[in-house]
Design a protein around this ligand. Structure first.
Ligand code: ADP
Ligand code: MG
Length: 479
C-alpha cells in the first residue's frame, strides 16, 4: 500500500445567503412547507424570464476574492441540460466556459508546513429541488418533489488535484468553510445542505507525475463521511490495481449505512449536458471599481486573524489556528480576553474542557450555555484561590449543564477550596497513619511516593484542599 499515493480534487457547492433566489423574488429560507417558497420563475412555467439577483453576484465575488481568485471582467450563464424530476425547466442555469472567477488558492497546514491548494474556478448556478422518497403504494415505491430549494443560489468551487491525503482533504474543506463563513455569504451548514462536497480521487505510484484514472464520489453529508468515503475509495482503487485490474472512470455514491462506495454511472453513460449560452440572460460585465469596493469591504480572514493572535496574544501558532478556524470560536475567545487578559489561559480552557463539552453535547459555541463573562468569572475564582484548577473543571461542567454563574455553583455545591491549615492537618495525619509503606518510601528518597500521598489527601477532601498547601504541609510532617 505504501507504494501508492492518492490524488484528490474537491468540488464544493455553497448555498449563498441572499434573501431571495438567484433569478426570482422567492425566499431562500431553509425548510418551510413543501412548495411554498416558489413562484412561476423557479417553477419553470412557460413564458417566464429569469432576472439576475445582484446580491448573488456580489456574494460570489466576495467569496472568490477571499479564496484569492481573479474575478472575470466578462462572464455569462449557460444552460446545462438534463431531465430529472427535481429540475422543473429540464435545464439548470449554470456557468460553463466563462465562470465568475478562477486561479485562486487556499492555504492549509500540510504535513511539512503550509501548503497551497489551487482553486481552478468559482461559478454561480441555481440549486435543484428535492425528491422526498415517501414509501410505497402497494408494492410501488413513490416519491414527492419539493421545489422550495429550486433556484436557491449556489457557488461551485472547484479545486485543482493538489490534495494528496484524506487529512489534507479534510483540512481543505475545513479551511474553505471557515473562509466562506468569515465572509458572511453562507452559513455553510453541512447538515442543512448549505455546504456540499463531491470528491474526485485517483491513485498513482509514489513519485509518478502522471495522474491516474479518477472516480467521483457523491452524497457525503458530513466531514466524517468525506473521510470514510475517501479512505474506502483509495483502498479500493489500490486493490483493483494491485490485482491487475483497471480503474473505470465513473461516478460513485457513498453508502453511509454500508460504509462503501457504489457505482452510480460510468463515463459511457455520463450525461452529455449540451451546454449552450442562456439566451434569457445578458452576459455579465463586472467593473474593476465594483470588485475593488467589495475587496475593501472584506473582513479579517482566518489566516490574518491567526497571524494577529500569534503577534498580539503571543499564542502558539497551533492555538491560534484552532481558535480562528471558526469565526464564532474566535469571537468567543476575544470576548473572554477583553475581560481577562491572559490569552493562553483562556485558549487552554476553550480548546480543552469547553471544546470537549461542546463536542459531547453537540452544541455550537454560539449557543454555548457558558457565556464568556461566566467562563472568565470561573477563571478569576481559580486565580483568587477560591477553587483549584481541578475543581474549576467540575464547576465548568455544572455551568454548562445549568447556565448558572460559577460563584453560585461553588456555594451551592460547597466546592470552596480548603486553604486553612487547621482543617487540612488532621487529614494529613490520617493519610500518614494509613500509608506507612509510602511514608517509608518517601523517607528513603522515593520522591514519587509524595505524589501518591498528596493524591490521597486530595481524594479525602474531594479535591477541595489547596494542593500547594497540602504539598508543603506533607513535606514538613514527613521531614
Ligand atoms: P470532469 O470534467 O470530470 O468534471 P474536471 O477536469 O473538471 O473533470 O475535474 C473535476 C475535479 O476533479 C477537479 O476538482 C479536479 O481537480 C479533479 N481531478 C481531475 N483529474 C483528477 C485525477 N486524475 N485525480 C483526482 N482528481 C482529479
Ligand atoms: Mg465534475
Amino acid at each position: 500500500m505504501a507504494s501508492y499515493e492518492p490524488v484528490i480534487g474537491l468540488e464544493v457547492h455553497v448555498e449563498l445567503a441572499s434573501k431571495s433566489k438567484i433569478f426570482c423574488p422567492s425566499t431562500t429560507a431553509f425548510g418551510g412547507d413543501p412548495n411554498t417558497h416558489v413562484c412561476p420563475v423557479c417553477l419553470g412555467l412557460p413564458g417566464v424570464l429569469p432576472v439576475l439577483n445582484k446580491q448573488v453576484v456580489e456574494f460570489g465575488i466576495r467569496a472568490a476574492l477571499a479564496l484569492n481568485c481573479e474575478i472575470a471582467h466578462f462572464c455569462k450563464f449557460d444552460r446545462k441540460n438534463y431531465y430529472y424530476p427535481d429540475l422543473p425547466k429540464n435545464y439548470q442555469i449554470s456557468q460553463y466556459d466563462l465562470p465568475l472567477a478562477f486561479n485562486g488558492y487556499i492555504l492549509i497546514e500540510g504535513e511539512n508546513g503550509p501548503k497551497k491548494i489551487g482553486i481552478t474556478r468559482v461559478h454561480m448556478e441555481e440549486d435543484a429541488g428535492k425528491l422526498v422518497h415517501q414509501g410505497t403504494i402497494s408494492t410501488t415505491p413513490y416519491s414527492l418533489v419539493d421545489y422550495n430549494r429550486t433556484g436557491v443560489p449556489l457557488l461551485e468551487i472547484v479545486s485543482e488535484p493538489d490534495i494528496s491525503s484524506v487529512e489534507e482533504a479534510k483540512s481543505y474543506l475545513n479551511k474553505l468553510k471557515a473562509i466562506i463563513q468569515y465572509t458572511g455569504v453562507s452559513d455553510c451548514k453541512m447538515e442543512e445542505g448549505s455546504l456540499r462536497c463531491d470528491a474526485n480521487v485517483s491513485v498513482r505510484p509514489v513519485g509518478s507525475d502522471r495522474l491516474g484514472t479518477k472516480t467521483e464520489i457523491k452524497n457525503m453529508n458530513s466531514f466524517r463521511a468525506l473521510q470514510k468515503a475517501l479512505s474506502y475509495e483509495i483502498e479500493r482503487q489500490i486493490e483493483v490495481l494491485e490485482s491487475g485490474g483497471e480503474i473505470v472512470q465513473e461516478t460513485r455514491t457513498w453508502d453511509e449505512g454500508k460504509g462503501i462506495t457504489l457505482p452510480m454511472r460510468s463515463k459511457e453513460e455520463a450525461h452529455d449536458y449540451r451546454y449552450f449560452p442562456e439566451p434569457d440572460l445578458v452576459p455579465l460585465v463586472i467593473s474593476s471599481s465594483w470588485v475593488d469596493s467589495i475587496r475593501k469591504s472584506l473582513p479579517e480572514l482566518p489566516d490574518e486573524r491567526k497571524e494577529r493572535y500569534v503577534k498580539e496574544f503571543d499564542l502558539p501558532p497551533y492555538d491560534a489556528g484552532v481558535l480562528t478556524s471558526s469565526r464564532e470560536v474566535a469571537d468567543y475567545f476575544e470576548a473572554c480576553v477583553d475581560l481577562y487578559p491572559y490569552p493562553k489561559v483562556v485558549s487552554n480552557w476553550i480548546m480543552g474542557d469547553l471544546a470537549r463539552l461542546l463536542n459531547a453535547h453537540n452544541v455550537e459555541i454560539e449557543n454555548c450555555p457558558v457565556k464568556p463573562r461566566q467562563l472568565v468569572a470561573m477563571l478569576k475564582l481559580i486565580d483568587k484561590n477560591v477553587i483549584s484548577g481541578k475543581i474549576g473543571k467540575t464547576v465548568l461542567e455544572e455551568m454548562f449543564a445549568t447556565g448558572k454563574d460559577p460563584d453560585v455553583i461553588v456555594e451551592e455545591k460547597g466546592l470552596r477550596q480548603i486553604t486553612d491549615e487547621g482543617s487540612i492537618e488532621p487529614i494529613i495525619d490520617q493519610v500518614i497513619a494509613d500509608n506507612p509503606k509510602s511514608v517509608n518510601d518517601y523517607r528513603n528518597g522515593k520522591e514519587k511516593a509524595l505524589g501518591f500521598l498528596v493524591g490521597q489527601v486530595m481524594k479525602a477532601t474531594k479535591g477541595k484542599a489547596n494542593p500547594a498547601i497540602v504539598n508543603q504541609l506533607l513535606r514538613k510532617k514527613l521531614n
